[in-house]
Design a protein around this ligand. Structure first.
Ligand code: ZN
Length: 117
């Protein structure tokens, strides 16, 4: 399950962050995930609940924020939001180029914010 391994990685990061700041109990975690990753927010919530159950992190809040996809054209440098996932293969709205787009935003899962005590 994609979301379970994602969440496990994020929890490791969070644990390290808390240790660095001398905190032990997580109260809030905010994650940002890219539209391109096709993460299921409900599955992330379930993974988070399962992994914190019975630990000192139980009851911590999880906030999720989806980051919209933004692409850049390799030919003219135009940046655009394709709007729909299928439009990843649509031509550049500025020059009509159809391949080699770079992903500016909207890919990956990031630990955005932590609150702990
Ligand atoms: Zn272009």
């Amino acid at each position: 399950m994609h979301e379970l391994s994602l969440m496990a990685g994020v929890m490791d990061l969070a644990r390290q962050e808390l240790e660095r700041h001398g905190a032990s109990r997580l109260t809030l975690m905010r994650l940002r995930f890219g539209e391109l990753d096709q993460v299921l927010p409900d599955a992330l919530r379930m993974a988070f609940a399962a992994m914190t159950a019975g630990t000192s992190w139980e009851g911590a809040r999880l906030e999720l924020e989806e980051e919209p996809l933004e692409l850049s054209c390799p030919l003219c440098g135009h940046r655009f939001r394709p709007g729909a996932r299928s439009a990843l293969y649509a031509p550049c709205p500025s020059c009509g180029e159809t391949t080699g787009f770079g992903v500016v935003r909207g890919e990956g899962v990031f630990l955005d914010h932590l609150e702990a005590e």
